[in-house]
Design a protein around this ligand. Structure first.
Ligand SMILES: [Zn+2]
Length: 303
């Protein structure tokens, strides 16, 4: 056992957790924390059961369901992309979305700035490939570690991806190779140094997304990794982490026997989830200027 971020063997037990969203396995997983860089890692990485822990109904494989929450999210993401694209002076831009599913985030990016003419997705889902290609994105079906390209990209998106990998250093080094000299990487990842992470640490915190999140950071522990792999942080902010609140609370309600969810009816399909998500989104938006919420957003550039 070693820290998946810095490889230190100086680690201690942090929490146990199980799959409270898709009920893909009964297995209980352990998370441990690195004493040096404070990153959390999962014990016994379930890399040999990917098709089990990412079932066919995994949310990012499916077309996004149109609804109020999605519209708000698309609007806010579009604003953010517009702001970040202002850093680029070129007329034609290229983007790579690692873990981009069917390409809906690249659709938002293209709409926010018409200079993005070349868009590439790397993901593991074969059915997302058809949808993505029909929308004009190139699609590599496989792991990012196995993606090879002569091309360098102006923008790399890794939104809620780095926490899903076994070797985050290798992933960032790969990004370094694929990125233009003045390119930027946008990274979104959960924050273990947040109120909900502390409250639900021993109650299946939604941010574990167990057993799909293998490595989890705080702002400081991620900064160490970024700097070690040749990047500096151009911009950083905490963003709302309402899904983690919603899943955590839903798991408690479910454990109390008040609602039912199982492998056929994963938690995200329950009507209570959008309700909880809206409540906690409001809560997080109110407190965001003053405190650390459970999602972090980084813009990295090469040192
Ligand atoms: Zn470490």
């Amino acid at each position: 056992m070693y820290c998946l971020s810095c490889n230190s063997k100086n680690i201690k037990h942090y929490a146990f957790a199980k799959d409270i969203e898709y009920f893909s396995t009964e297995k209980i997983f352990e998370y441990y924390q690195c004493e040096l860089c404070k990153t959390l890692s999962i014990n016994q990485i379930p890399s040999n059961m990917l098709s089990v822990i990412y079932p066919k109904n995994y949310y990012s494989f499916l077309p996004q369901r149109a609804g109020f929450l999605l519209k708000v999210k698309i609007f806010l993401d579009g604003l953010l992309f517009k702001k970040i694209s202002k850093n680029f002076k070129k007329n034609k831009l290229s983007a790579l979305d690692v873990g981009g599913g069917a390409g809906w985030m690249l659709d938002v990016l293209k709409k926010s700035d018409s200079r993005f003419h070349e868009t590439q997705i790397v993901d593991i889902d074969e059915s997302a490939k058809k949808i993505a290609e029909a929308k004009g994105h190139s699609y590599f079906c496989g792991k990012f570690e196995n993606f090879y390209s002569e091309k360098k990209y102006d923008l790399i998106l890794m939104l809620n991806l780095i926490e899903h990998v076994e070797n985050p250093s290798e992933i960032l080094e790969k990004c370094y190779e694929c990125l233009e000299t003045n390119g930027l990487i946008l990274i979104k990842t959960p924050n273990i140094d947040s109120l909900d992470a502390k409250i639900f640490r021993h109650k299946n915190w939604g941010g574990f997304h167990c057993p799909r999140h293998w490595v989890l950071f705080s702002m400081d522990s991620f900064k160490l990794l970024a700097e070690r792999t040749g990047f500096e942080i151009l911009m950083f902010k905490y963003t709302q982490g309402s899904p983690f609140w919603a899943w955590s609370v839903f798991a408690l309600i479910q454990k109390a026997g008040l609602v039912h969810a199982d492998a056929k009816r994963p938690s995200y399909t329950h009507p209570l989830i959008p309700f909880l998500t809206i409540i906690f989104a409001g809560f997080d938006f109110l407190r965001m200027p003053f405190t650390k919420t459970s999602q972090m957003f980084f813009v990295l550039k090469k040192k």
